[in-house]
Design a protein around this ligand. Structure first.
Ligand code: NDP
Length: 488
């Protein structure tokens, strides 16, 4: 782990095996951190914060260090991508693209560091000067899931550090290796010891202790909504602010006037890219009834020949499920969908072929005849399972799209700009993509509506999640203090 600038094992000397989802076998050992390690890491971060080694630099100097960090990550992007693919089974092509783009978050927030300005208030109290300071919060705790380990950490770390905070990062026990591989880069970039700390271990052990640590100032959590609720409760006990990036049940809506081949590819990428293990997975395809059958036919033509295999091979299109428990969860949702009367037109079970190693593969699966209130259309599966739902009018499409507890993202496929704008205004989702899907940038805010969470990551304003505003009053007239028993 990385604590106070040193690479350390867990105080208990215990280790956890990290499994390769393609083979199902252990390929790395990670330290099993526990309360003592979390405490050391938070104290190191807190000491670095109090010592002002980081926040005391000029914001411009902090920005330059973040730029250096970006360059170091860029130089190792392919190596880190191969580690992530081996650890979480996502395609090397996807992870390489993700890791090559990831430095942009550090460049964006490195550039923004010295643009966080306070205000001079035109105060209505004569003889007083009033201005604001934008100050960092302290120790930021980041908890991220296994599906995009470094990227989801960077979304939190880059603005947090730019604003002068220090950082303790708990990666998922299923995908900690890339975080540990990145650990030496912080010192190399010039970050003082203790500014970034990494503690690995179990969510219910290391994660929970971190969230409840009294010296943590804020928690940034990405994960499922059930875990999010637990984290939120613990934070509430300590009156700590949180940001929550949670799950989704995103709708990809295809209207009759859409360019059908593009829409088909968009829906394929929405659900089968990353084997459906993305928070923004377009797991519900809402298709106008007039094009429903043609859409399904064209969709199956692509999806039925998707190449499953070793995610480290560039020709593979669908990789394994990351964990055994997730694999079982996906299969159980497939069973539930069948029991509730959805029609399985592709896949529908585990994929077991010699070329698939010993890993956790599920056939890309498509259900038609799905009713909006079926569990498969309401609950997050987090796997390669698509529900196709027909609709007859714009209003019906909207009602179905908005008819879940989630509100993370939505896709709209149409040639009609008026309809696209109407959908953008009325869809209850933190992101709406029109004639595109799954595109993101450090420049654009990302986050959830409804049970998909609150707070925003990326974009200009998200740095505000990491500062607090201080109001400073200065008496300028030199007048005597009036009656001290009356508020001024
Ligand atoms: P979990 O909610 O199970 O875990 C998320 C993180 O929380 C992991 O690091 C986990 O550690 C940790 N954790 C588990 N229990 C606790 C606890 N009691 N206290 C503190 N931390 C804990 O989610 P998954 O890992 O299964 O990830 C999938 C979920 O993440 C999906 O719902 C998905 O939609 C969501 N997600 C949301 C995104 C968004 O931006 N909105 C982006 C990507 C995913 P460990 O793994 O070691 O148990």
């Amino acid at each position: 782990m990385l604590i106070g600038g040193e690479r350390v094992a867990a105080a208990s000397s215990q280790w956890l095996e990290s499994l390769n989802p393609y083979t199902g076998n252990p390929w790395a050992l990670i330290p099993r951190g526990a309360a003592a390690d979390v405490d050391r890491a938070v104290i190191a971060a807190h000491t670095a914060f109090r010592g002002r080694e980081w926040r005391g630099l000029t914001a411009t100097a902090r920005g330059k260090i973040l730029h250096k960090l970006a360059d170091l990550i860029a130089a190792r992007a392919d190596e880190l991508a191969a580690i992530e693919t081996t650890d979480n089974g996502k395609l090397i092509l996807e992870m390489r693209a993700q890791l090559r783009y990831l430095p942009e978050w550090f460049r964006y927030y490195g550039g923004l560091a010295d643009k966080v300005e306070g205000r001079v208030i035109p105060i209505d109290r004569p003889g007083h000067f009033n201005f604001t300071l934008e100050e960092p919060l302290g120790v930021i705790a980041a908890i991220v899931p296994w599906n995009s380990p470094l990227m989801l950490a960077a979304w939190k770390m880059a603005p947090a550090l730019a604003a002068g905070n220090t950082f303790v990062w708990k990666p998922s026990e299923h995908s900690s290796v890339s975080a540990l591989a990145m650990a030496p880069l912080f010192a190399e970039a010039g970050l003082p010891p203790g500014v970034v700390n990494i503690v690995t271990g179990l969510g219910s052990e290391t994660g929970e202790t971190l969230v409840g640590h009294p010296n943590v100032a804020k928690i940034c959590f990405t994960g499922g909504d059930a875990t999010g609720a637990l984290v939120y409760q613990t934070a509430a006990k300590h009156i700590k602010p949180v940001t929550m990036e949670l799950g989704g049940k995103s709708a990809n809506i295809v209207f009759a006037d859409a360019k059908l081949d593009n829409a088909v590819k968009g829906v394929v990428s929405g659900i089968f890219a990353a084997t459906g293990q993305t928070c923004v997975a377009g797991s519900r395809a809402l298709i106008h009834r007039s094009i429903h059958d043609e859409f399904v036919e064209r969709f199956l033509k692509i999806a039925s020949v998707a190449r499953m295999g070793n995610p480290l091979e560039e020709t593979t299109q669908v990789g394994p499920i990351t964990t055994q428990s997730q694999y079982q969860k996906v299969l159980s949702y497939i069973d539930i969908a069948k029991q509730q009367g959805a029609k399985c037109v592709l896949g529908g079970g585990p994929a077991q072929r010699p070329e698939l190693g010993g890993g956790w593969f599920v056939e890309p699966t498509v259900f038609t005849g799905v009713k909006p209130d079926m569990r498969i259309a309401q609950e997050e599966v987090f796997g390669p399972v698509l529900s196709v739902i027909p609709f007859d009018s714009d209003e019906e499409a909207l009602a179905i799209a908005n008819g879940t507890i989630y509100g993370l993202a939505a896709g709209v496929w149409t040639a009609d700009i008026g309809r696209a704008l109407k959908m953008a205004h009325t869809l209850e989702a933190g992101t709406v993509w029109v004639n595109t899907y799954r595109v993101s940038s450090p420049l654009s805010p990302f986050g959830g509506y409804k049970r998909s969470g609150f707070g925003r990551e990326s974009g200009l304003l998200s740095i505000r999640e990491f500062v607090q505003e201080k109001s400073v009053w200065i008496e300028t007239s030199g007048a005597d203090v009036p009656n001290p028993f009356i508020i001024r």
